[in-house]
Ligand binder design. Structure first.
Ligand SMILES: [Zn+2]
Length: 158
């Protein structure tokens, strides 16, 4: 596993344990080169999911990208990170078990709004206000990119 800080290829697992809901293994790693610490997750992937964008383009579903957009919405909110992990895992499980191999970006956005509604009202409003404002010209891909961008105006100071 390559170090995200220095790109070094030699990293050691310092700690390895199941997540609270037992759907993943969380590993704490340390880089032999720079000493940087980071976490990796090992999960079951039932099958490859594709996201269908408004543009008609298909891209592989990316759990990390989804997670980043959710994390922007819950930024500085008193939300247990394990709850967010469970919510995202739940969404992925639902998508994987839907029987569809293609999911629209809108469907994913709706799942996220549903999930956030039960967790934190402010995070829900942040996500929904951006999500519901998107127009034809600005598809959900743009929204996700915006949410992933720490300099985004959309959620700044909200
Ligand atoms: Zn490193």
């Amino acid at each position: 596993m390559r170090c995200p800080f220095c790109g070094g290829e030699e990293t050691q697992v310092k700690d390895s344990r199941p997540t609270e809901d037992n759907t993943a293994i969380r590993r704490r790693r340390i880089c032999n080169t720079c000493g940087g610490r980071f976490t990796t997750f090992e999960r079951v992937q039932l099958r490859e999911l594709m996201v269908l964008k408004r543009s008609g383009r298909r891209v592989p579903f990316d759990r990390e990208k989804l997670m980043r957009s959710v994390q922007i919405a819950v930024r500085k909110r008193p939300v247990d990170p394990d709850k967010i992990e469970r919510m995202v895992s739940g969404i992925v499980r639902q998508l994987e078990s839907s029987g569809e191999s293609e999911i629209t970006a809108e469907t994913i956005g709706n799942h996220v709004m549903e999930g956030l509604k039960g967790i934190d009202d402010v995070a829900y409003v942040r996500f929904a206000s951006v999500y519901k404002n998107f127009r034809e010209a600005k598809d959900f891909e743009a929204l996700l990119d915006e949410l992933s961008d720490p300099d985004s105006q959309a959620l700044k100071d909200s």
